[in-house]
Design a protein around this ligand. Structure first.
Ligand SMILES: [Zn+2]
Length: 136
């Protein structure tokens, strides 16, 4: 299981994620963080999904060590990205066309995050918010 803990985020990303959740709440959005840190093994399992006959849809283009979720500092989890899903009436909304995604994305971008759901992102991944380069 990948982590959902804010403490498993990069130290620079933790306060930004907390602020993101606060602003979403203020905007009336109910947001669930589905993933912060993911080990290389978990990443490889996820990468295998939808490839070489493994059932399921392809959900990532990154192998273990290649994803911002796999980042560590001195062997400790320090993910440079988190994934979310908006909840409506307590249920996750996966439909990318739902306005809650756009609103959450706007808030993430406002905080300087690289939101992979933005129009023109090279690999569109609505739930993914990543620390921009420039942070160590
Ligand atoms: Zn992600």
């Amino acid at each position: 299981m990948s982590s959902r803990k804010i403490e498993d985020l990069h130290p620079d990303l933790q306060p930004i994620c907390c602020e993101f959740l606060r602003r979403c709440e203020t905007a009336g959005l109910d947001i669930l963080v589905t993933c912060t840190y993911r080990s290389n093994d978990e990443q490889n399992r996820l990468y295998a999904q939808g490839r070489n006959g493994v059932p399921g849809a392809r959900v990532t283009n990154a192998k273990g060590g290649q994803s911002a979720h796999n980042f560590t500092i001195q062997g400790r989890p320090a993910a440079r990205a988190f994934d979310i899903v908006p909840l409506v009436h307590g249920k996750p909304v996966w439909d990318a066309g739902h306005p809650a995604w756009k609103e959450a994305g706007r808030i993430g971008i406002e905080l300087g995050l690289n939101w992979y759901g933005r129009p023109g992102a090279k690999f569109r991944e609505m739930p993914h918010f990543e620390l921009n380069k420039g942070y160590l």
